[in-house]
Design a binder for this molecule. Sequence first.
Ligand code: HEM
Ligand code: HEM
Length: 180
Amino acid sequence: MLKNSKHSYGWLAVAIHWLSAIAIIGLFALGYWMLTLSYYDPWYRLGPWWHKSIGLILLLITLVRLVWRWVSVRPELIGSRYENYSAQMGHALLYALLVVTMISGYLISTADGSGISVFDWFEVPALITTIPEQEEIAGDVHWYTALSLVILASVHALAALRHHFWDKDATLKRMLKPQK
Ligand code: HEM
Ligand code: HEM
């Protein structure tokens, strides 16, 4: 089952959810570690190369994810009205933080007018270079949105675990494997 149904996420949504979650946690750790490296460390250049390449692939995947979410059925949320409302707000905020983190990362890297090479495979050109103090402002935005994203994702993961172990409902199961 590739597509979502009224009762479950399909394989595409499941695959993108978990790939994105792994990428986001990896990018956060790598970004944080990158800042501690000295100029002579080989990873001083390799770190940002991986970070930017994975980050831009994630941006592409997220666009596919949002289009897919828009064109396919959305599984009905499980829980009380209050829980459903907070889940909806939480998911919207996760998407917003994710998009702003990726765009601000792009704006840091392209502030000096140079494009970004994705795995030396293709280049994404610099489109916006005219914001005053672009690199500094985008850098601050990137840090605070990335941090908020991982904090909110942790609360989100706890909520999913509470559904599974406390309420014993299908919330987590249907995000791990499409349910009939
Ligand atoms: C969800 C995706 C991402 C996360 C969680 C993330 C996280 C981070 C973190 C924690 C840092 C270190 C702290 C900081 O200086 O802000 C960082 C730095 C950086 N990120 Fe990202 N990042 C993501 C996506 C991207 C993308 C798509 C790009 C560019 C294409 C990018 C470019 C950069 C750059 C250039 C730095 C170094 C900034 C500096 O030297 O101040 N990031 N990122
Ligand atoms: C960086 C980490 C993560 C991010 C950014 C993230 C983001 C999201 C988003 C945006 C949705 C809404 C999907 C939609 O309907 O469009 C979602 C759903 C879901 N996530 Fe995550 N997630 C992350 C990690 C996790 C983890 C670690 C777990 C489990 C422990 C988890 C469990 C779930 C479940 C069960 C749903 C379905 C919720 C429902 O049916 O109401 N997520 N996630």
